[in-house]
Design a protein around this ligand. Structure first.
Ligand SMILES: Nc1ncnc2c1ncn2[C@@H]1O[C@H](COP(=O)(O)OP(=O)(O)OP(=O)(O)O)[C@@H](O)[C@H]1O
Length: 285
């Protein structure tokens, strides 16, 4: 069964000044489907999310909505620790979205219940954990029930437990028919959302052919090491499922899948990458 198309980008391009960041992007967002965007830093993921959300204009091409009442909820990559409670914040955001009174109160209650934050609805955001803040960030995007929920790196900085809760919530939202479009750095999380995955490379969008994860494919490795940034960027181009981040101690924390073990590791060493530790992990462990 094909799902109903809600929004279509047709040959959409975006320039900042004379610099073209996105070129001829064509994509359809459909009801109840999850679309994941991947790409290296600065590849244009946030730009594309903002373009889909209607927050920035296209330079050329078309953005077509299935009907004029399509609601798009946009979640930026982080919410600041404001000196107000989640209820106060959502009341403010709800009024901006044109909801008020009893309807708004009810919706805020419903969202706190859905995200398991009822106990904290009168706690100031300054006392919220990263996971609680991220849930509030998503709640503001859902204050008017969206047809499309757009998320910019929703799992960034979350611990395993918060990541698990958020994954579960997003699956429920998707199953209820909301389309999800998210920039997600981590291929393991992307695979959990049963999504259509696309890559942005050199400004162009291409579909990633994901083979569904089977039991033995959930093994991955976490390598703590040292390597120059431009060299690891080059390796990520060669091995798209490799991700990395810097640790507080200045080391790189690199994850790669079991299938890349024989390919990635020798390349990493050849490029002068140093290994401080290498741990075999399984998804969910
Ligand atoms: N408002 C702007 N004006 C000028 N250039 C911009 C603007 N916003 C983004 N850019 C540039 O466009 C390119 C794409 O940026 P964008 O934030 O969309 O990438 P990204 O893939 O989301 O990056 P990251 O993963 O680091 O968040 C970058 O080179 C960035 O510097």
């Amino acid at each position: 069964m094909t799902s109903k198309a809600l929004l279509t980008l047709k040959e959409a391009s975006k320039k900042y000044g004379s610099r073209e960041v996105l070129t001829d992007i064509s994509l359809t967002i459909s009801q109840g489907e999850c679309t994941i965007l991947r790409g290296s830093n600065g590849s244009g993921k946030s730009t594309m999310l903002r373009m889909v959300s209607g927050l920035i204009p296209l330079t050329s091409g078309q953005r077509l909505l299935e009907h004029s009442d399509i609601v798009i909820g946009y979640t930026p990559d982080r919410l600041s620790k404001l000196r107000m409670t989640s209820t106060e914040y959502l009341t403010h955001m709800g009024r901006i979205a044109g909801i008020a009174g009893r309807e708004l109160k009810e919706r805020i209650k419903q969202l706190h219940h859905f995200f398991n934050l009822e106990q904290s609805d009168h706690v100031k955001l300054t006392h919220f954990s990263k996971g609680m803040l991220q849930k509030t960030n998503i709640m503001q995007a859902m204050i008017k029930t969206p047809h499309i929920l757009v998320l910019d790196e929703p799992f960034s900085g979350l611990d395993n437990e918060s990541t698990g809760h958020l994954l579960h919530s997003l699956k429920v939202i998707k199953d209820e028919g909301t389309a999800i479009l998210a920039a997600v750095h981590d291929p393991l999380l992307a695979s959990q959302l049963e999504s259509n995955t696309y890559w942005i490379r050199h400004g162009r969008l291409s579909r990633e052919n994901i083979v569904p994860f089977s039991e033995h494919q959930i093994v991955y490795f976490e390598l703590v090491g040292m390597i120059k940034r431009d060299l690891i960027d080059h390796l990520v181009e060669l091995f798209p499922n490799v991700t990395y981040k810097s640790s507080e101690s200045g080391h790189m924390i690199i994850t790669f899948m079991y299938k890349d073990y024989n390919g990635f590791l020798p390349e990493y060493i050849n490029k002068g990458g140093e290994i401080i530790s290498l741990i075999r992990k399984e998804l969910g462990s």
